[in-house]
Design a protein around this ligand. Structure first.
Ligand SMILES: [Zn+2]
Length: 247
């Protein structure tokens, strides 16, 4: 790191659990963020401000007026722009030192797998089960750590999956595909604006911990937030020995 980087990241370097070595790992890291919406906004802003050296931001949608209530990457004057492009503008303004790649498409198939393969960490900030399961499959195949977050109405959840570890469950162990889980999306259900900020910021925190080696990420734990009472629950779960994705 050069002198300016040592200064910019000094408040991380002062932390014993991160230090110069941990910050150097963050600076050298590549993160893939799928979704530049309510969760992706704070997650991307914190990864950028904290110095993750290469961020790929993927989203196929355009900024809409109804997004601005919670999607703090975007601004009134960028309504109508591609979200990935608008997000890249915001991230470059907060930290011009990092590289930000905007991918304005919904990631599927080989394209998704190639991007996961090139990442040190993946943040699932998407809003639908099909994408969540596709990201999980790619992360298990490529042994890339995955930080998963979700927020709807006043409810939030977060967990970390690390396929580099043999004992780590995957997203499919927790939420098997094909089970009759009713899909609820912010687009139609409503969501409390700061809830997406809380969960997205936690996704950034867990990603930075995995990258720097600080602390203990929430692997094998599902954190559930009730925003109306502001109470957290932490539920432990294990790898499913019959999981069709990771077993
Ligand atoms: Zn699994």
């Amino acid at each position: 790191m050069n002198d300016e980087q040592l200064l910019r990241y000094s408040r991380h370097i002062l932390l014993d659990a991160i230090g110069i070595a941990g910050q150097a790992r963050i600076v050298a890291a590549r993160a893939l963020i799928v979704g530049a919406g309510g969760l992706g906004s704070p997650a991307a802003l914190y990864l950028a401000s904290a110095g993750v050296g290469h961020i790929t931001l993927a989203d196929g949608d355009k900024v809409d007026l109804t997004n601005l209530q919670r999607q703090i990457l975007h601004t009134q004057e960028r309504v109508g722009q591609l979200k990935a492009v608008s997000g890249r503008t915001a991230l470059s303004q907060i930290n011009p030192e990092i590289e930000v790649e905007a991918i304005s498409e919904r990631l599927v198939g080989e394209r998704l797998e190639a991007l996961v393969a090139g990442a040190d960490i993946v943040l699932d900030c998407s809003d639908n089960f099909a994408t969540r399961h596709a990201i999980n499959r790619a992360c298990v195949t490529r042994r890339t750590p995955l930080v998963s977050g979700a927020a709807i109405r006043f409810s939030g959840q977060l967990s970390v999956f690390d396929s580099r570890r043999d004992d780590s469950p995957c997203y499919h162990c927790l939420f098997p595909e094909g089970e009759d889980i009713e899909e609820e999306r912010c687009a139609v259900m409503g969501v409390f604006a700061p809830l997406t900020g809380i969960i997205g910021a936690m996704q950034a925190a867990e990603a930075l911990k995995v990258l720097s080696g600080a602390g203990t990420p929430a692997i094998g734990r599902l954190l559930l937030l009730d925003g109306l009472t502001m109470e957290w629950r932490s539920v432990r779960f294990s790898k499913d020995a019959t999981c069709t994705v990771c077993a």
